[in-house]
Unconditional design. Structure first.
Length: 531
């Protein structure tokens, strides 16, 4: 049986437990582990080679340890035995892939697989990495588990396969950082690659698969990103990491099911911890399953200046819609809800550890009330899905904003559908200062001076904006949005005309976006192709 076939069969088997031997399990048991990071690499500065990869993992381990992670180093492509011992302050334990059978209780089928792959240059490293990760994920089932690989030699191949097939626990997050793999060698050394053609083909396939299918993917330079794209790699999901230090949110918010990016979660958590003064309330409109509510609560929890009664006010209809299914496709919620179901309990379950810091308001936002004399310091808006909701939010919540203090965070600013946000924020531009863009869709504004009362009580619609003002609104939005967000804003401008029933003008805007270099098939323009 080919090693790949055997590995695939093993990964698909159920109830094949892998555990640590008692001595090592006892050692882990002595620690209160809430966040464990496995760094699988063939290099680590100071103990095994000293290249750029080794420097990256040494620095990464130091940053992770500083943020409270329990770091385990798994060294590949070496016969050295470390016995789990480490004299490096940033690393709790060091193992090599060649010695894991001494520390793991393996089933006979695992032993068989190890014997099959021991002469295979790829599976020999990749399969032990999977078994070790499975053991850690199982043993630390209540902890957050982060495992990072470099893409070189595809050492993360079977771990990432296992995660995608739900063999690893939901507590485990896989990541791959691009360092440059064998595609470059193939290109630069054609004669050598031709001689070892099959070997190169397999390693290149492994490297590409790991990068494209990990939960998180990072790249250090746009040049390297463009090179692998020329080889056919998909990179639209990857995050730029110029200093080889990834953004790994250091809280449980990272594991939440939600429609928000790690950067958006980290931003609100940092705000609530470091910038929130407590002079007003924090309001989360359109909280869905709480992927921003929770990091806001965690930030509040860690803010020494937060008043004892400070909390996050979370609003949502909590009614399931068909379009939400795609957002839970690879989560335990897949198929759990159908159109019209109430999912309030799911929100309560996901936010339960922070329930004392969250006040929930289920129901139609158009029918809600807020006391204007109760100030709002941070208004997170992910509910402006229609003109009606926009008008309700402006009428109900904007009067409570505090000039010179309050922030308004539009989570749908860089989303193709919600074009009305751009029109109204342009109308209000003298009263709000653009503060920052947060990938992938958020833009944050600071409230500068009081809006006229009549502006907040008025009901807005397309008919309130001239064609000239609409064009100016999108020129303004594009001018304040950095390059990463421009394609979606340009897509929203095209969508404006679809909303207005002018398909010809919409297509003209798509053409203009292409001419400006803003069009991208990976952006929200992909939705417009169906119109």
């Amino acid at each position: 049986m080919a090693s790949n076939d055997l590995i695939s069969r093993i990964i698909s088997e159920k109830n094949l437990e892998v555990s640590f031997v008692p001595e090592f399990a006892d050692l882990l048991q002595q620690s209160q582990i809430t966040k464990v990071a496995i760094l699988a690499t063939c290099e680590y500065e100071g103990i095994f080679r000293n290249g750029g990869v080794g420097t990256h993992y040494k620095t990464l381990s130091e940053h992770l340890t500083r943020d409270g992670w329990y770091v385990i180093l798994l060294i590949c492509h070496t016969e050295e035995a470390y016995g789990g011992k480490s004299n490096i302050p940033a690393v709790k334990h060091i193992f090599s892939t060649g010695e894991i059978s001494k520390f793991l209780n393996l089933q006979p089928i695992h032993q068989l697989a190890l014997s099959v792959v021991k002469h295979d240059g790829f599976d020999r490293e990749s399969y032990p990495c999977f078994l070790f990760t499975q053991a850690v994920s199982s043993f630390c089932s209540q902890a957050q588990v982060y495992v990072e690989f470099h893409e070189m030699a595809g050492i993360g191949y079977h771990t990432i396969q296992a995660k995608r097939s739900h063999t690893l626990g939901e507590n485990c997050i896989t990541a791959v950082t691009m360092h440059s793999g064998h595609e470059w060698v193939y290109e630069a050394n054609g004669w050598y690659a031709e001689f070892y053609h099959q070997w190169f083909k397999q390693v290149c396939d492994y490297e590409q698969y790991t990068f494209e299918n990990a939960d998180l993917a990072f790249f250090p330079s746009y040049h390297l990103k463009s090179r692998v794209e020329s080889y056919g790699w998909k990179t639209d999901h990857a995050k730029h990491m110029p200093y080889f230090i990834p953004v790994i949110p250091n809280s449980d918010a990272f594991q939440l099911v939600g429609m928000t990016s790690p950067e958006e979660r980290q931003y609100v958590q940092d705000y609530a911890r470091d910038a929130y003064t407590g002079q007003g309330q924090i309001v989360d409109l359109g909280c869905w399953l709480g992927s921003l509510t929770v990091p806001l609560a965690i930030g509040l929890q860690d803010n020494p200046n937060t008043p004892a009664l400070g909390c996050v006010h979370a609003y949502d209809l909590f009614e399931w819609a068909e379009w939400m299914n795609v957002c839970v496709e690879y989560t335990p919620l897949r198929g759990k809800y159908k159109e019209g179901d109430n999912f309030l309990q799911e929100f309560l379950d996901q936010t339960k550890p922070w329930k004392d810091l969250i006040k929930v308001y289920p129901g139609d936002l158009n029918q809600m009330v807020w006391q204007p004399d109760q100030s709002i310091e941070f208004l997170m808006i992910d509910a402006m899905k229609s003109w009606e909701l926009l008008n309700s939010i402006v009428r109900i919540f904007f009067p409570a904003l505090v000039p010179g203090l309050s922030l308004v965070s539009h989570q749908d600013f860089c989303h193709y559908f919600t074009v009305w946000i751009h029109l109204v924020m342009y109308r209000f531009k003298d009263y709000f200062e653009p503060i920052c863009y947060v990938p992938e869709q958020t833009f944050v504004f600071k409230y500068l001076k009081p809006l006229p009362a009549e502006w907040m009580s008025k009901s807005y619609g397309f008919e309130d904006f001239s064609e000239t003002e609409m064009a100016a609104a999108f020129d303004y939005s594009l001018s304040i949005t950095p390059a990463q967000g421009k394609p979606n804003v340009a897509a929203a401008k095209a969508m404006l005309y679809f909303h207005l029933g002018d398909a010809d003008q919409a297509r003209l805007e798509i053409k203009r976006a292409k001419e400006q270099g803003w069009w991208s098939a990976k952006s929200d323009f992909r939705h417009l192709g169906k119109m």
